[in-house]
Design a protein around this ligand. Structure first.
Ligand code: GH3
Ligand code: MG
Ligand code: MG
Ligand code: MG
Length: 297
């Protein structure tokens, strides 16, 4: 497992040295000696935990904590205040700003090590949970919930420039017969291979392929117009066809094929993700009706 990264913030070098000696064997440690440097380093290093001094010239620790918690990219990093201030009011203030813990100086090495260890472990579990919540277990693709949320976010973002947004939906043809013929485990393997073909077909970093459910997949293509989306859909169909997965009971091909529906629209304020999903679904239904193994848009 990768070592967790700890950012130590203190305006007194001797304090940094004491804490570094406690942590350096178990963690990647980075340092900052001012509030501004702490914010810059946090952005650059994305640490797993921040040990934050309160009293510093310039931006103090409370203000650093407030700014970390206000930044969506940094808000999840646990903050432990380390300070000479012993009174309850300061501790209350630190915790109400979103700090997860509070340790007073002089530092007791065993206590610091134990608290840091606990919070790093909790952070790791939280990150894992956040990852699982957006991932489909069988394929490792994004799941339906993540797809729908991302689609809504992208639609709102692109509405500012009234840019194109396209969504592709695909569904494996005669998959019930595939399961019946080759068994459910083979069906699962087929779904995994289709997922990998989908990843190969979708090339832009901002495109988002997902498993929508069962043997149905979807893909968000931000900034892609109907012509672009059709090209991607053709590439998806080709990549899946060239997997050459035998399907002797398919009525359209000796190999696994998919039917595809494409929806494209220029984003306008307050458009719902549902607009793209239902249109792509409608087009997918048309592909099925017109004989499967084809694209409709
Ligand atoms: P069509 O060409 O009209 O799409 O026919 P189809 O047989 O693919 O469609 P239908 O929706 O009737 O069947 C989908 C099948 O997919 C039924 C279900 O058992 C199977 N399926 C759904 N999820 C999974 C899965 O995770 N693993 C496996 N092995 N099969 C699945
Ligand atoms: Mg200080
Ligand atoms: Mg289906
Ligand atoms: Mg199907």
């Amino acid at each position: 497992m990768n070592k967790a990264t700890i950012l130590i913030v203190d305006d007194e070098i001797s304090n940094i040295e004491i804490m570094n000696a406690v942590l350096e064997d178990d963690y990647e440690v980075c340092f900052a000696t001012s509030g501004q440097q702490a914010l810059d380093t946090a952005r650059a290093a994305q640490p797993d935990l921040v040990l934050l001094d309160v009293l510093m010239p310039g931006i103090d620790g409370f203000e650093v904590c407030r700014q970390l918690k206000a930044d969506t990219l940094l808000a999840d990093i646990p903050v432990i205040f380390t300070t000479g201030l012993g009174d309850t009011e300061d501790e209350m203030r630190g915790l109400s700003l979103g700090a997860i813990d509070y340790v007073t100086k002089p530092i007791q090495p065993a206590i610091l090590r134990a608290r840091v260890g606990n919070h790093v472990e909790l952070k790791r579990l939280r990150d894992q949970l956040a990852m699982l919540a957006v991932t489909d277990a069988l394929t490792g693709l994004s799941n339906r919930r993540h797809l729908e949320r991302s689609l809504q976010t992208e639609a709102a973002r692109l509405a500012r420039t009234e840019d194109w947004l396209s969504v592709i939906m695909l569904d494996i043809d005669f998959f019930k017969q595939f399961n019946d013929t080759y068994g459910h485990p083979a069906g699962d393997r087929c779904i995994m291979m289709v997922a990998s073909a989908l990843i190969r077909a979708v090339k832009r970093a901002t495109d988002l392929p997902a498993r929508y459910g069962g043997e149905e997949f979807a893909c968000i293509l931000p900034g892609t117009d109907p012509q672009g989306a059709e090209l991607v859909a053709q590439e998806i169909r080709l990549q899946i066809q060239s997997l050459n997965i035998p399907h002797e009971r398919s009525q359209v091909s000796p190999f696994i094929t998919v039917s595809i529906g494409v929806a494209s629209a220029r984003c306008q304020p307050n458009m719902l993700a549902e607009k793209w999903i239902s249109e792509a679904d409608r087009q997918l239904y048309i592909s099925k009706q017109e004989g499967r193994n084809r694209i409709s848009l």
